[in-house]
Design a protein around this ligand. Structure first.
Ligand code: TPP
Ligand code: SF4
Length: 301
């Protein structure tokens, strides 16, 4: 008897026989990345996959060799090589006439910063890769340093009084490559998430998916509140849920109500924002409202 992969969503015979991320993994309780894996696992169903993962929390999650908590073939890569190794796997699958879907799974450090060169190069060549960035807005695996995805005001070990620089608009940058598909996913909106993941899995060419991934350890938040935090981020307009086709056509999938209350609750629930006095009026004022300008969308701070 199989356990349901997602609470409240019954398994169907299209689901994988075992989850991608199995019990015994080393992720912290309440880790958003674990939830993201389960969502992807369900979307993949019986499609054959190969996955490359750099040296982030997600690769540590496998546990000690020779066992692995992953229920799919995984290649552990250096940060700089994640998209390049995936390119090789995808090309080999094509030459062999195999329908293997090749997926990169990397954090914001591995995507926005350390692996940026090969991500950009693979996107520009339009390699047949699904690149998923789980963005916990921090270098979690090395104890919580800032990345270029860390938002203004968040305290990290290298920005102890709160980061001053704005978050990089990685989604806009990827869309600017003109790739077939770029999308953001809210784990508080599972129907939309599942639709996008399935669409991206079946599409050919370079696809980029961004997932806001709560990290209770780095965000100093309650492990049980991760999905609620994502919901607040979407409601307040802080996390835009949208997709971009061919780097051009933008569709907003969830209309935010620009709720000030949601914004306040989002910040208040995370210890990382306590040191800096974040000006929420300014945060709200800076949230772009023009959905047709992809480089100004994304997680907005
Ligand atoms: C080239 C290189 N630089 C730095 C490191 C050290 N390092 C290991 S994990 C990590 C943080 C990764 O952060 P992120 O990609 O956001 O994933 P997370 O750990 O948050 O899951 C760093 C800097 C490394 N392994 N290789
Ligand atoms: S540090 Fe954060 S991202 Fe890493 S396993 Fe823990 S909760 Fe997940």
């Amino acid at each position: 008897m199989l356990e349901p992969v997602l609470e409240g969503m019954a398994q169907t015979d299209l689901d994988r026989c075992e989850p991608l991320l199995r019990p015994g993994n080393t992720n912290c309780g309440g880790c958003g990345m674990s939830i993201a894996w389960h969502t992807l696992s369900r979307a993949i169903a019986h499609r054959p996959v190969q996955i490359t993962i750099p040296a982030c929390c997600a690769i540590v999650a496998a546990g000690p060799f020779p066992s692995s908590a992953y229920g799919a073939p995984i290649v552990a890569t250096t940060f700089a090589a994640t998209a390049a190794v995936a390119t090789g796997l995808a090309q080999a699958a094509r030459l062999n006439g195999e329908d293997t879907r090749v997926i990169c799974w990397a954090g914001d450090g591995g995507t926005y910063d350390i692996g940026m060169a090969t991500v950009s190069a693979a996107a520009e060549r339009d390699e047949d890769i699904l690149y998923v960035c789980y963005d916990n807005e921090i270098y979690g695996n090395t104890g919580g340093q800032r990345s270029s995805a860390t938002p203004v005001g968040a305290a990290t070990t290298t920005t102890p009084f709160g980061k001053k620089k704005r978050k990089k608009d990685m989604v806009g940058i990827m869309a600017a490559h003109g790739v077939p598909y770029t999308a953001t996913i809210s784990m508080a909106h599972l129907d939309d998430a599942m639709r996008k993941l399935r669409y991206a899995l079946d599409l050919r060419g370079f696809r980029f998916i961004h997932i806001l991934s709560p990290c209770p350890t780095g965000w100093k938040s309650e492990p049980a509140e991760g999905i609620e935090l994502v919901r607040l981020a979407v409601q307040s307009g802080l996390y835009a849920v949208y997709e971009i086709f061919d780097g051009d056509r933008v569709v907003i999938n969830v209309q935010p109500d620009m709720s000030k209350d949601a914004l306040e609750r989002y910040f208040a629930a995370q210890g990382r924002f306590r040191k800096a006095k974040v000006d929420l009026e300014q945060v709200q004022a800076e949230i772009p409202r023009d959905p047709l300008r992809p480089t100004q969308r994304g997680i907005l701070r």
